[in-house]
Design a protein around this ligand. Structure first.
Ligand code: NCD
Ligand code: ZN
Length: 329
């Protein structure tokens, strides 16, 4: 038995740069024909020159597969109308990380004031906003607290397309239908795991990520949302590799899921007798929401067991050592 997926997309991935970029990109380009590649490199992708070279580096690393990197610019509150409108045709969107904004502001309101002129320009140019939606509050509550910010943004800029990246809570799920201009990505790890999988027994640093894994109730709400086939919901892995040594010594946040994504997703949908929903979740919804036309390629999974290796070079994947029942051909 096989599963054929037409042009699967990963709408949120960290491919890093230099050696790590070359090491991790093939996992994504084998399984996906395109991806939203996040701009939080060092330095961040926040000008056109870095943007162009980042895209070309990703394409080189993705060869021999034809692969379309959709790179949102890293949000800067001083982007000008001229800068964004002259580049509009090439740009995919802009990614907002509130932590970067908070350093320049005393409180939430000042923070929002600071970003609004750019949001106004983005709305005029129909340039999507992608958001890491967390406050700097108590870790498990950060996303819930941010829902008010989403509400403010979606109300103030009703024509701005806003994607709540990597949603993890039932509050975010409930909020999704409040505004027609709000969309969401869901990761594999937030779909499958709870905080207990990370620290209910011995601490598993490879499941430590931001947003932090949540309760079973939140996880179940995310599962129900995805299993409802909701058209505003796209798959975005947030695969975020760090070396094993940095995960263990510095406590870096991020789950490296890239090698197991489609096999684990197939397993999840099959376990819920909803394999027919996989195609839309990993491609059709995103194509419609963003109006993108990714390369046409069919990715085939076959029913064959394989064991996830303990590490890929210096990086430990999620589910290391586990037997999976679907394999990418
Ligand atoms: C991401 C990373 O390592 O770049 N980490 C993570 O835990 N998801 C950054 C991010 O998306 O927050
Ligand atoms: Zn991310």
């Amino acid at each position: 038995m096989n599963i054929s997926l037409k042009s699967p997309l990963d709408m949120h991935v960290h491919l890093r740069q230099d050696d790590m970029l070359r090491q991790v990109t093939p996992f994504t380009s084998e399984q996906f024909v395109g991806a939203v590649c996040m701009p939080n490199t060092l330095p961040p992708v926040d000008n056109l020159e870095r943007y162009t070279s980042y895209i070309s580096n990703i394409k080189d690393a993705a060869a021999p597969h034809s692969f379309e990197p959709y790179v949102p610019l890293f949000f800067r509150s001083d982007y000008t109308r001229e800068e964004l409108s002259s580049a509009r045709e090439q740009l995919f969107g802009i990614k907002l990380y509130p932590a970067g904004v908070t350093t320049n502001s005393e409180d939430g309101v000042a923070e929002l004031k600071l970003i609004e002129p750019v949001l106004e320009i983005m709305q005029d140019l129909d340039l999507p906003l992608l958001v890491h939606g967390e406050t700097s509050g108590y870790s498990p509550d950060r996303e819930r607290e941010f829902v008010d910010v989403y509400d403010h943004l979606a109300t103030t800029f009703p024509k701005l397309r806003i994607t709540m990246e990597h949603i993890t809570t039932k509050e975010a799920v409930e909020f999704l239908d409040k505004h027609p201009n709000v969309f969401a990505t869901v990761t594999l790890h937030h779909l499958l795991y709870t905080m207990d999988d990370m620290l209910g027994g011995l601490f598993n640093p490879f499941l430590f990520c931001k947003p932090i894994l949540k309760s079973a109730e939140d996880r179940d709400a995310i599962q129900q949302l995805v299993l409802s086939g909701h058209a505003k919901v796209m798959f975005g892995s947030d695969s975020a590799p760090h070396t094993e040594i940095l995960k263990r010594t510095e406590g870096m946040a991020g789950c490296f899921t890239a090698p197991v994504l489609l096999p684990m997703l197939a397993q999840f949908f099959e376990d819920h007798d909803q394999l027919d929903l996989l195609q839309a979740f990993v491609s059709d919804h995103a194509r419609k929401i963003y109006g993108v036309h990714p390369p046409e390629r069919t990715v085939v999974l076959e029913r064959e067991e394989w064991v996830v290796p303990p590490r890929y070079g210096s990086i430990v994947p999620v589910n290391a050592g586990e037997t999976l029942r679907w394999k990418v051909v």
